[in-house]
Design a protein around this ligand. Sequence first.
Ligand code: BES
Ligand code: MN
Ligand code: ZN
Length: 518
Amino acid sequence: MVRGHLPELATAADVSAISEHIDYLVIPAFKGDTGIEIAGGPGQALDKQYQVEMWKVLTAVGATGAEDEVTVIPGDVLAGSGIEADRILAVGLGSSEEITEETVRQAAGVASRKVKAPTTEEGDKRGAHVASTLGILGTEAALVGHALGAYRYSGAKAATPGVDKVTVLAQNAEDDAAKKAEIVAGSVAMARDLVNTPANVLYPESYAEFIRTEATAAGLDVEILDDKQLEEQGFGGIIGVGKGSARPPRLVRVSYTPADAGESTPFVALVGKGITFDTGGISLKPGANMWDMISDMGGSAAVVASIIAAAKLELNVRVTATVPLAENMPGSAATRPGDILRHYGGLTTEVLNTDAEGRLVLADAIVRACEDGPDYLIETATLTGAQMVALGLRTPGIMGSIDFRDRVSMLSQEVGEKGWPMPLPAELGEALKSDVADLRNISTTRWGGMSVAGHYLSNFVAEGVEWVHIDVAGPAYNTGSAHGYTPKRGTGVPVRTILAALEDVAAGNATNTGTERG
Ligand code: BES
Ligand code: MN
Ligand code: ZN
């Protein structure tokens, strides 16, 4: 499997502490009432005189400091200052009075994306070393934003150099700030890589092996059930969806137990949809844009990347990840509309549309995950086109237990993944009743499809478990152009929301209040 590229991260207290050659010095610029404003570096690395010089040149070339604006000027402006940088890249953040962590992450991402690989004396391209003073506005935000913006995925093409190293100037940075940011960005990159990998390379068996390798390397326990075991153990949803494909399904379980775990250690179960390709099955999708369905395993990629990051960060929370992997194909053995499936745990579903397959595999996985008695269940999936109709392409819909849903939504906002709380109106659940099974897999009406799917899943969540369902149909995969720290294709959403929620539970901030779902 082809992996994307990420830069190495470091912090430095002062520019003078950087021994390596600097290709780009990134500085923040703001939009003031009377024109562009710039900030000094930490410890005022730049004398007032040089700040004035930079300001003059930036003003002369028309830079305004508006959000996302990038202006590159020659490093000569700093001649004599003791700072040797080939180029200065000023990135706009808009008004200096409205700076949030997310503005800093976005600006850092934009800056990284605009860096052009320098040319060596031999005429070859080489990776750039970027030093950045964005750290004065938030060290971790600058590190993560720079790293995520520098991510590159080349697929079957030869990789081209980009940013190899980012040193963020931060006076009081904790020693492990760069290491932590590397873990977070690394897990987002893993999710992006998995989503970006086409379905002829990433299918249930190869995906399960990838998880085994990566999770084992991080010291986690891994269990893989193959199609025979799934059949024997009654995972009728996963089998039913996987039957139409020559590539049989899998269920992968990963678990992380902190070294000093005890009775009081909180326990979070993660579940993610892992449809390695979704043709719709017998209810076949139209051809246009069907290729985007390589991203239909984005939920599973996020939970796998998150549990690995949780282990590397040594979070004080017990975590399991349960990922059902299947390819939804219309082969001659495929499930037909009208077929009834029996899920793990015994509930039955009348399948009226084989394209509503995600909920069928998730049902089995949720029941299995709840069997271990978690306090919380975080489940995520590229589940419905209705998510995009309701919220657009960049806003995950978060449903489930009311208190936990609101808490996870707030954390998602903080990390910039923008998840928003959505309701589960009772009447939408009623429309999932079947005459011949416990449930039908599509509603009797066309309205509120995202919440209908949420309702369907709630039938499989055990009593007493605080649950959220995060629908990332749009946000997991960017079919438009790159923006901020988000590249084209796989975005890695909602990895940082899940990590923030795990950190929050580990810190004891969330409490299982047993709130109702709604
Ligand atoms: N994987 C799709 C949802 C999706 C669509 C994700 C577009 C990303 C982009 C899911 O399996 C699906 O097909 N859902 C159907 C459900 C319907 C048949 C009730 C949908 O949303 O159309
Ligand atoms: Mn589908
Ligand atoms: Zn799907």
